[in-house]
Design a protein around this ligand. Structure first.
Ligand code: 6GU
Length: 228
């Protein structure tokens, strides 16, 4: 898989890709990440990429021309499955979307900034818009890093233990059950005895029960969704 990230702050978004599972995925050549500085496609030599909005609102709006130039150049080189725009006024990211996107070959992620982008970009160039939650970030870079991480860890071969992505929270529509490791007792706090029993069918039953219980308590909306 190849991910092209278009941003005005490449330095802000690079570091999450230099650690741990994501770094290993890049080193193993399971994914390629390319960063594109939107200022390299500016409309003048001063690096202009934004302008004041028509209609007299405050703030600055990202212009269509630099974005179109950058995306058009990329599209000459290969086909893209999706051009994703990161913005808070969009459908919210969930595990199902990450699963679907992890099967794509090439995607572009466009990071928003300022007051937004000229809406013609969204109408003409963008194929999918994603928010990472109901709050506003200063820019789309951190959201793009979140989206990329959620996708990359699902690419086959990225996680050493192939089953571990399948047991993630949300994969079965439930929050994950609690996990424990040594010691079996710490300051009087005991690990649930069932986990030490070696009775694996019973342990599975316990895990499902706890997953349902935690989901009911913390995210009852997830259970309502699965009933629909
Ligand atoms: Cl994708 N971008 C920005 N700027 N803020 C957000 C977001 C995205 N998702 C939630 N808040």
């Amino acid at each position: 898989m190849r991910i092209d990230i278009i941003t005005v702050s490449p330095d802000l978004i690079k570091s999450p890709f230099e650690h741990s599972i994501i770094k290993r995925a890049i080193d193993k050549e399971l994914v390629e990440i390319h960063f594109h500085n939107l200022r390299d496609y500016a409309v003048n030599k001063y690096g202009k990429i934004d302008d004041s909005p028509y209609g007299g609102e405050s703030g600055m709006v990202m212009m269509i021309e630099p974005i179109d130039k950058c995306i058009s150049k990329l599209k000459l080189e290969r086909n893209y499955d999706e051009v994703i725009y990161m913005t808070p006024d969009a459908e919210m990211l969930n595990q199902q979307m990450a699963n679907t996107l992890s099967l794509k070959e090439n995607i572009i992620i466009l990071c928003g900034h300022y007051k937004g982008i000229d809406h013609r970009v969204r109408d003409l160039l963008v194929t999918k818009e994603i928010s990472i939650g109901d709050y506003v970030l200063s820019g789309g870079e951190l959201a793009a890093a979140v989206l990329s991480d959620s996708i990359i860890r699902l690419i086959p071969g990225v996680l050493g233990d192939e089953t571990s992505a399948l047991s993630d929270s949300f994969q079965d529509g439930l929050l994950a059950p609690p996990v424990y490791t040594r010691p079996s007792e710490y300051n009087g706090l005991k690990v649930p005895a069932i986990l030490l029993s070696g009775n694996f069918p019973k342990i599975e039953e316990w895990r499902t029960e706890k997953a349902i219980e935690r989901t009911k308590n913390i995210r009852p909306d997830l259970l309502k969704k699965s009933e629909k």
